[in-house]
Design a protein around this ligand. Structure first.
Ligand code: SAH
Length: 361
C-alpha cells in the first residue's frame, strides 16, 4: 500500500487549501475535482487542462484511485452487486438498484461491522476496519461505470456493510464530496444515512448536511431489541427515541425513516404492530417494513405472507406512514443484511440461491 495522500480523502474546499499551501492556484484544485468526480478521469496525465509540471507532480504525490472491481453480479431484477477491492486487499460490497426514474447506490462504510446484529450477515463477519473517505466515494466512481446504459446515480444510501456513525469522520468527508457543486453535486435529500442507533453521534451526523436519517429499529421492546441489536443494551429504545424526538429543530420537517426487519416469531406479532405507532409518537416518521432476508449465518426467517400483510394493515390503520420494502437483488445475495462477501468465496459453487436489495425512497 502506498502512503501517498489520496485526493479523494479531501473535500473540494480542503483540496483548495492543500493546493494553496503548496503555492498552486486554488482553481487548479477545482479542475482536478471536476476531472475526478464529473468526468470520471483519475490519471493525472489525462487531466489535459493542467500544465505538464503539475500533472507530473500530482502523479508523484497523490493517489487517485482507491478501489478496483473484483466481481460483478447482475440480478434478474436489474440490481447489480459488485465486490470492490481496496489497495490493502480488503473487499467490500456496493449495490446498484435501478428503478424507473431513479438509480440508487447502496454504499459500505466499513469492512465488516462491529455491531453484531444477530439477523445480519455483515454482523456475522465481525469488524475488520473503517473505510477511508476515498474508499467510500470511489464506490460511486466504480459503480457508475457499470451503469448499462450509461446514466446517472440519483440517490445514495449508506446502508451497505458497516455502521456509518462509527466512521463518522470519513462519512463526513464523503458527504462533503457528494454534495459539493463542483464534485458530485447531489442534493442532500438524495442521500440517506442509516444507523443502528448510535445515540451520541446522531446529532453530529445531521449537522453535516440536511440528509435523510434512517434508523434500524427492528423491535418494540428492549428485551427483543437486545436480542437483535446488541447495541440496544447500551442505548435502549427510550434513549434512542428521546434523542430523535429532541432533533425536531435540527431535522426540521424531515421524517426519520425507521427500518423494521420482520422476523418470524420474534418481532412480527399484532402487539408489536400496535406498539409501533405509540413508540414513534412525536417523531415525524416513515416506517419501512423489510421481511427478513434469510442467510446461512442466521437462524431467523421471514414471517408468512399473511402475517406480513396483517402487520402492515395494523400499522397503516394507525395512521403511521408505512411501506413494505420490496426486496431487490436477493438472487445474488445483494439484499439488505446479505452483504458478507459470501458469494465471492464460493464463485465455483454454481447458480445463486434465490433471495433479495432494499432501497430507500
Ligand atoms: N449499520 C447501519 C447501516 C446498515 S443498513 C444500520 O444498521 O442501519 C442495513 C439495513 O439492513 C439495516 O436496516 C439492517 O437492519 C437491515 N438488515 C440487516 N440484515 C437484514 C436481513 N437479514 N434482512 C433484512 N434486513 C436486514
Amino acid at each position: 500500500m502506498s502512503d501517498r495522500d489520496h485526493l479523494k480523502n479531501h473535500t473540494p474546499d480542503a483540496l483548495r487549501e492543500r493546493f494553496a499551501a503548496q503555492g498552486i492556484a486554488p482553481y487548479r484544485a477545482d479542475q482536478v475535482v471536476g476531472w475526478l468526480y464529473r468526468q470520471g478521469v483519475e490519471d493525472p496525465s489525462d487531466m489535459t487542462n493542467l500544465d505538464h509540471a503539475l500533472r507530473e507532480k500530482m502523479s508523484l504525490e497523490w493517489q487517485t484511485r482507491a478501489l478496483d472491481v473484483e466481481r460483478i453480479d447482475h440480478s434478474g431484477d436489474g440490481t447489480v452487486k459488485a465486490i470492490l477491492r481496496a489497495s490493502d486487499g480488503s473487499r467490500i460490497e456496493a449495490v446498484l438498484i435501478p428503478e424507473p426514474g431513479r438509480t440508487t447506490l447502496c454504499v459500505s462504510t466499513q469492512v465488516g461491522c462491529a455491531m453484531a446484529c444477530t439477523f445480519c450477515a455483515t454482523g456475522a463477519m465481525g469488524f475488520v476496519r473503517n473505510l477511508t473517505a476515498a474508499e467510500i466515494v470511489d464506490q460511486i466512481c466504480r459503480m457508475r461505470e457499470l451503469l448499462e446504459p450509461p446514466g446517472r446515480i440519483t440517490n445514495i444510501v449508506f446502508m451497505g456493510m458497516g455502521e456509518p456513525l462509527l466512521n463518522l469522520d470519513a462519512v463526513r468527508t464523503a458527504i462533503g464530496i457528494l454534495v459539493h457543486p463542483k464534485a458530485f453535486a447531489f442534493a442532500p435529500r438524495r442521500i440517506t444515512v442509516s444507523t443502528v442507533g448510535l445515540v451520541p453521534k446522531i446529532g453530529e451526523l445531521l449537522e453535516i448536511a440536511p440528509i435523510n436519517l434512517a434508523v434500524s429499529l427492528h423491535a418494540t421492546t428492549d428485551s427483543t431489541r437486545d436480542r437483535l441489536v446488541p447495541l440496544n443494551r447500551k442505548f435502549p429504545l427510550e434513549a434512542l427515541l428521546n434523542e430523535l424526538r429532541s432533533l425536531g429543530d435540527v431535522n426540521a420537517r424531515r421524517p426519520v425513516f425507521f427500518e423494521y426487519t420482520l422476523i418470524q416469531g420474534v418481532n412480527d406479532s399484532v402487539e408489536d404492530a400496535r406498539r409501533l405507532p405509540r413508540l414513534l409518537r412525536g417523531i415525524p416518521s416513515k416506517l419501512n417494513l423489510i421481511p427478513m432476508n434469510p442467510h446461512p449465518d442466521s437462524p431467523y426467517r421471514p414471517p408468512e405472507a399473511g402475517t406480513i400483510d396483517g402487520f402492515l394493515r395494523v400499522v397503516a390503520g394507525s395512521g403511521l406512514r408505512v411501506t413494505l420494502r420490496r426486496s431487490r437483488g436477493d438472487d445474488i445475495g445483494a439484499a439488505c443484511g446479505q452483504l458478507a462477501l459470501r458469494r465471492s468465496l464460493s464463485i465455483e459453487s454454481g447458480p445463486s440461491s434465490a433471495r433479495s436489495a432494499g432501497k430507500m425512497e
